[in-house]
Design a protein around this ligand. Structure first.
Ligand SMILES: *Cc1c(COP(=O)(O)O)cnc(C)c1O
Length: 459
């Protein structure tokens, strides 16, 4: 067989899915370079459009199933003001777990009754403000229930509470109450200044039937609580709706082909990888949960909720942020190694949080050259501008379609959900990457028109 000039890349690629907003921004190459220059370092880009669309899709899933439902944006997934501002405008609720998150949410205009406060053993000042504002509080433990009842009594108010269920399938979880504790909690609700609005859980992992099963149990708990004269008309199934970062065929090929020698220093990851492809994701996952028949029941969850008159609350973080942002670094050094390059960028892996969970954010970053360069596959890993051997943004040797050069940009796509800032730190006195809101110019119907930008500003 004749040898042709075409050489397949030696290492597998994993292209990230791109929403139109991302494509338009990448096409507006000079804007990315101008921002890198003007902001003087790495930065995060925030897109409002995909957030709005994801919220609408969750609401559509409730409407299609004929289920009363409410969407609460889980704020911990991103510290930007933008998404909380959009939540306020769209009439979404917000899930907060600290006084800082609560304060920002209220300042962004979300009415306090639309806030749910989650997290373990919440601080007294957080509980006090939540009670005074009339926010819903997911109570994690019996002693916390006593503290919130005490706070409400002292303030002459009534606290709105959910009781968080310890998932029976995750008995080692440190969150929630077991069956016995719940029973004790129900008795205490009956004669305290508390309105028991229902029950909640949040599961780690992305198992959809497990969520339907536990939701079925919570509906039964609502029926039981009502026999004790408690209101119990809503349940929250938390977040954990998967995000589909990559095409199924690309993900399959990647997982089949990738080997330790495809990573700088033959790095392996004990934390495993996020499932970057999910055939059922986001609002589709909510649809699947509503259509599933919970264990021990004969009807789908949607029918059980309707029959019991129970409202379903969901708290998506990552899934509402799908395609709602990206992160831009500038290459400031290129070092050649045995067949690949080590790039050094102007920031650190503290701005790409997956790297801190014994794992790697796998989707290929997109190379945006400073000047046009000839095509040809060049493999490179990506290191940070810090003095730590372990501070790598990408250990993997990514097959880039051009030779990376100093001054080129690397754009990590779809980073709004948890990647941007959950681990950020001004380590080495490097500035924290600012956040830039990018949206279509007003009145522009042309999707290829240059988008406009502003800084994300906290109220
Ligand atoms: C983190 C968290 C969420 C959001 O999880 P995602 O995986 O981002 O959807 C929702 N509810 C609670 C209680 C959480 O702790």
């Amino acid at each position: 067989m004749a040898v042709t000039a075409v050489t397949a890349p030696a290492v597998p690629s994993l292209p990230a899915r791109q929403a139109p907003e991302t494509r338009a921004l990448l096409a507006a190459g000079p804007l990315l370079h101008e921002l890198s220059h003007g902001l003087g370092g790495p930065y995060h880009v925030l897109f409002p459009g995909p957030f709005d669309a994801n919220a609408a899709a969750f609401r559509d899933a409730f409407a299609e199933a004929g289920v009363a439902g409410r969407v609460y944006y889980a704020k911990k997934a991103n510290k930007a003001a933008l998404y909380t501002e959009r939540a306020a405008v769209l009439g979404l609720g917000v899930d907060v777990a600290s006084l800082g998150e609560l304060r920002e949410t209220l300042a962004c205009g979300v009415p306090a009754p639309d806030v749910v406060v989650t997290g373990p053993a919440k601080a007294d000042d957080l509980l006090r403000v939540a009670v005074l504002q009339g926010a819903l509080v997911a109570v994690d433990a019996l002693d916390e229930l006593d503290r919130i009842a005490h706070a409400a009594a002292g303030l002459g108010r009534t606290a709105r509470v959910l009781l968080r269920r310890l998932p029976p399938a995750q008995p080692h979880s440190r969150f929630g109450m077991d069956a016995e504790e719940l029973e004790a909690a129900l008795r205490r609700c009956a004669d305290a200044p508390l309105v028991l609005e229902g029950f909640s859980f949040h599961l780690s992992g992305y198992d959809l039937p497990a969520r339907a099963d536990l939701a079925g149990e919570l509906v039964r708990l609502c029926r039981h609580a009502r026999t004790l004269g408690l209101r119990a008309d809503r349940i929250s199934i938390g977040g954990g709706f998967p995000v589909d970062y990559a095409d199924g065929d690309d993900w399959r090929r990647f997982t089949e082909e990738q080997r330790p020698e495809h990573y700088h220093a033959r790095k392996t990851f004990s934390g495993g990888f996020y499932p970057y492809h999910s055939p059922v994701a986001g609002a589709g996952a909510l649809r699947a949960i509503l259509a599933a028949v919970p264990a021990g029941e004969a009807d789908p969850l949607a029918a059980l909720l309707r029959a019991a008159g129970v409202t379903l609350l969901v708290e998506p973080g990552r899934a509402l942020l799908d395609q709602a942002g990206c992160t831009v670094f500038r290459i400031q050094g290129v070092k050649e190694r045995d067949g690949y390059a080590i790039l050094t960028v102007d920031g650190s892996s503290l701005s790409l949080s997956e790297q801190w969970f014994e794992s790697e954010f796998l989707p290929d970053p997109v190379l945006v050259p400073r000047v046009p360069s000839p095509e040809g596959t060049h493999e490179a890993c990506v290191g940070a501008a810090t003095c730590l051997e372990s501070d790598m943004l990408t250990w993997r040797r990514v097959p880039f379609p051009h030779r990376p050069a100093v001054g080129d940009l690397l754009v990590y796509l779809n980073t709004a959900g948890y990647q941007m800032d959950s681990n950020e730190s001004p380590f080495h006195e490097l500035p924290l990457p600012p956040k830039v809101v990018v949206e279509p110019a007003p009145g522009s119907a042309d999707p290829a028109a240059r988008p406009r930008w502003r800084l994300d500003r906290h109220p």
